[in-house]
Design a binder for this molecule. Structure first.
Ligand SMILES: [Zn+2]
Length: 104
């Protein structure tokens, strides 16, 4: 496995553990990088505070997620149709007016 970059977490030195710092570093890199503006499509959106993003080009200030603008698209969401299928209650068995034909 490729060695992960630990740029922003070097300030922690040897403390807090490797895995924790790796995850924190990935999140912090995501929140620090410039994001794509949903209004003018320029990659000029910077994070002001948790969930608050500002486009330096069109000056749009808007709400997003805490550490990134939008939910990552890598994880595909379940299609709504499948969710419907799961939630649909199966109809209770109704008494049949027709007599069941059973062959012995
Ligand atoms: Zn913009």
């Amino acid at each position: 496995m490729k060695e992960e970059k630990l740029t922003s977490v070097k300030r922690f030195g040897t403390r807090y553990g490797r895995t924790t710092k790796l995850k924190f570093g990935q999140i912090e890199a995501e929140q620090r990088k410039k994001h794509k503006c949903p209004y003018c499509a320029a990659v000029q959106v910077k994070r002001i505070a948790a969930g608050i993003w500002n486009c330096t080009k069109c000056r749009a200030k808007f709400a997003g997620r805490a550490y990134t603008i939008a939910r990552k698209q890598e994880a595909p969401q379940e299609s709504p149709q499948e969710q419907l299928k799961e939630t649909v209650e199966e109809p209770e068995e109704q008494e049949d007016f027709q007599e069941e034909e059973q062959e012995a």
